[in-house]
Design a protein around this ligand. Sequence first.
Ligand code: AMP
Length: 185
Amino acid sequence: MSRLIFLGPPGAGKGTQAQILGQSLKIPHISTGDILRDAISKGTPLGIKAQSYVDGGELVPDALILDLIRERLSQADTLKGWILDGFPRNVSQASFLDQLLEQLQQNCDYAVNFEVPDQVLTERMLARGRKDDNEDTIRRRLQIYHEQTAPVIDYYDNQQILKSVDGNRLLEEVQASLQEIINSD
Ligand code: AMP
């Protein structure tokens, strides 16, 4: 049973690693960004409300994200464990998650912080070429990351569940580091 939070800047490789690890552990990879992009492409009420924020690289308002996470973590497949990718993005989302997990009588095992320099992140995102991967939006997302998301690292450090991995390495090397963290349980 693993319950993991993947923290780190956009472009750090959280999504790729969460997908691989989720498959190997047979637990859901829950990416708020993927859920939002899916909602946007389907034109659901959530998608319509979220689109301008996602396109501009701004954080979607907490109210929308917290409802989404509450609903997702209430689904039966999460009883086997989960990997959260892209959530929490600020300290208030982190404290909401604590309350939600208490209600669900679950504990997070580790928050894993992916460390990658900004210069590398920008190059990776430009190469990825998603709709929100243009230079202006990337700059804004990195700024928001440093202002609002980086404090979440300290939040989990204080809870003594923080682990860090050097994300500026080959995919397989990062994968091996994650496996070590899981095996240390
Ligand atoms: P990501 O795929 O995680 O890079 O997320 C893409 C975009 O979705 C972000 O730039 C935000 O606009 C939005 N988003 C994803 N997760 C969150 C979150 N936890 N809180 C607010 N906005 C989010």
